[in-house]
Each structure stands twice: as structure tokens, then as C-alpha cells.
Design a binder for this molecule. Structure first.
Ligand code: SF4
Ligand code: SF4
Length: 309
């Protein structure tokens, strides 16, 4: 195993792959059409930095290699069955952005010690966790870490799809991995399970996705979707949970950094509806849930309640 991968694994990443930095020409065509159809909804930031998003060499001058790392976050325990559901990635007390970024900085420091400071572009940000115009899942696929399934998630053949993805761009060449081909085959379980029909086998209409409706969209969830929320109040795991690769392969994460915020496991249905703004801040100030904001979170809860009436 080469130095980069060995170092990444020694720091606690579960998997590491490397892809040659080049333009993602096919993705550019697909992404342009997707934006033109408005399937990104209110996520207008996706319209910006198109060239950077499809070519890492435009984003980070001098970039030659894209290092991709994964960390499994599948939780040890799940919420009580009746509680309003939180997507599993948001269970940890600590926000994954912070955990992954901290580890990527450690990796970068070790690579600089080994290869010299010119191995990164010190003038530009070059490590990314869901925070920049980078098609992380596509780079993971190109780095041989899995394939993008019909549910639009990266599926690692050993860990499934409940993994966080981090990317570090290097200004040196490396040994590149072979991209993985799709192993979805004729399966369409995720398409059938999606309650809002947000998936069509080739892409996602974010405007219909519960994850978008409960987090990214700043408006109240339209009435038409209330009956399809499937008890989700933050994110949605339905198309991941039904995937046979997850059902067979997902194992509880061993990472202490992703230990579950106790409230997630202890709150029953009633407790969530009594959550105050102060408790929301106290419990979730360092967690991914904080991203929604208290008012949006409460409004999501109301959407669930409306459906009960
Ligand atoms: S996250 Fe939920 S709503 Fe979104 S595509 Fe998957 S199943 Fe459908
Ligand atoms: S449920 Fe089936 S079609 Fe969907 S991502 Fe998993 S393997 Fe692919």
C-alpha cells in the first residue's frame, strides 16, 4: 500500500482511494441539464462555480491528484421506533464536517512532511468536506471507493453507503485507483421505496427529496408532501436503508468521534414536540442538526403533526 493510503488509514479513515485530477466532462453535461431543469430547488449556490465543480484543476491550481477518504458513521443504536426520525448521519454529537476536516488537516501535514510543502497549493483551500464546489461522490467512484447507486449515494462494497466523504487535492502525481463500475444491476428497491418519487434511476429531483425539504429548503414543507414524510423530521434514510448493500454490509461505526448525541436515543415522540430553543442549542450546537435552525426544525415537526390530524 502506498504512503498516502497507509497514512490515511493510520489516522482513522476507513478507506482511501486516489484519482487523477481531470475534467468531469460527462458530469458537466448532466449537471448543466439538471440545473437547467431546476431540480436543485432553492440551492442556488449550486449554480455558482460551475467550472470549478467539474474540474478540480480550476478549483485548485496545480492539482494533479484527488485523494478521497471515507469514514463509516452507521450508528451503534437507533432512535426509538415511534420518535420523529433523524437521518443517521446527524446522530453524532459532533458535526462530521469538523471531524473529517480535522483528520484531513492531519493527513495533509503528514504528506507535507513526506513530500514537501509543494505537494499542496498552500495559497488555496485544498481539503474539502461537503463545503465547496466538489463532486465528492464522483471522485470517490473514480478513486475506486465504490459506485454511485440509483439512490445517488456512494456505495462502498464493504461499508455500504453510510460513510462520510472527504477530499484532499494534491499537486503531485500518485498511483491511481481503477474507478468502480455500478453493481446495482437490475435492482430498483430504492426507486420503489422513495415516498416522494424523487429518484428516477438516473438522478434526484431535490425539490421532492425529504432531505432537501427538511434541511435545505428554507420555506415550510409544502402540504402536498406532509403525508409522505414517513415520520422524518431531519433528513431521510429510506433509499439507503432499503439498499441490499447496506442491509448486508453496514456495521456500527467504531469511531468515538461519531458517538451518538444521547438525546437522539432517549427522546420519545412527545419529548421532541416539547423541545425548547434553549434545549435545541444545548443538545445540537456542535451537531449537523444545528444546520436546520430551531424554527425550521419546529416547522418540520409541525408538518408531521399536521399529517396526523
Ligand atoms: S432521501 Fe428519501 S426522499 Fe430523498 S430520494 Fe432518498 S428516499 Fe427519496
Ligand atoms: S437499492 Fe438497489 S438500485 Fe438502489 S442503490 Fe441499492 S443496489 Fe442500487
Amino acid at each position: 500500500m502506498n504512503f498516502i493510503k497507509q497514512t490515511a488509514l493510520s489516522l482513522g479513515f476507513d478507506a482511501c482511494g486516489i484519482a487523477k485530477a481531470e475534467a468531469l466532462s460527462d458530469d458537466a453535461v448532466f449537471f448543466r441539464a439538471w440545473l437547467d431543469q431546476g431540480k436543485h430547488g432553492e440551492m442556488h449556490y449550486l449554480e455558482r462555480n460551475f467550472e470549478k465543480r467539474i474540474d478540480p484543476r480550476v478549483l485548485v491550481s496545480g492539482c494533479q491528484s484527488v485523494i478521497v477518504v471515507l469514514m463509516n458513521y452507521f450508528p451503534v443504536s437507533l432512535q426509538p421506533k415511534t420518535a420523529p426520525k433523524i437521518a443517521k448521519y446527524a446522530y453524532p454529537t459532533l458535526d462530521y464536517h469538523w471531524v473529517m476536516k480535522t483528520k484531513l488537516v492531519e493527513l495533509e501535514q503528514k504528506l507535507i512532511e513526506y513530500y514537501g510543502s509543494d505537494c499542496v497549493n498552500g495559497k488555496l483551500q485544498h481539503s474539502f468536506v461537503d463545503s465547496a464546489p466538489v463532486l465528492e461522490r464522483r471522485w470517490a467512484e473514480r478513486a475506486g471507493l465504490g459506485w454511485i447507486g440509483k439512490n445517488m449515494q456512494l456505495i462502498h462494497p464493504e461499508f455500504g453507503s453510510f460513510c462520510f466523504i472527504g477530499v484532499l487535492m494534491l499537486n503531485i502525481e500518485a498511483d491511481y485507483d481503477v474507478p468502480m463500475k455500478s453493481r446495482c444491476g437490475s435492482c430498483s428497491l430504492c426507486l420503489e421505496a422513495c415516498p416522494t418519487k424523487a429518484l428516477d434511476g438516473v438522478g434526484l429531483d431535490a425539490r421532492r427529496c425529504i432531505s432537501y425539504l427538511t434541511i435545505e429548503s428554507k420555506i415550510e414543507i409544502p402540504d402536498v408532501f406532509h403525508a409522505q414524510l414517513s415520520n422524518y423530521v431531519y433528513g431521510c434514510d429510506i433509499c439507503g436503508d432499503v439498499c441490499p448493500w447496506n442491509r448486508k454490509k453496514s456495521k456500527p461505526s467504531q469511531h468515538s468521534e461519531f458517538s451518538v448525541q444521547p438525546t437522539i436515543l432517549s427522546f420519545d415522540y412527545e419529548s421532541w414536540f416539547q423541545l425548547t430553543e434553549e434545549q435545541y442549542r444545548q443538545f445540537f450546537q456542535h451537531s449537523a442538526i444545528h444546520r436546520a435552525g430551531y424554527q425550521k426544525f419546529k416547522s418540520n415537526l409541525n408538518a408531521l403533526q399536521n399529517n396526523e390530524v
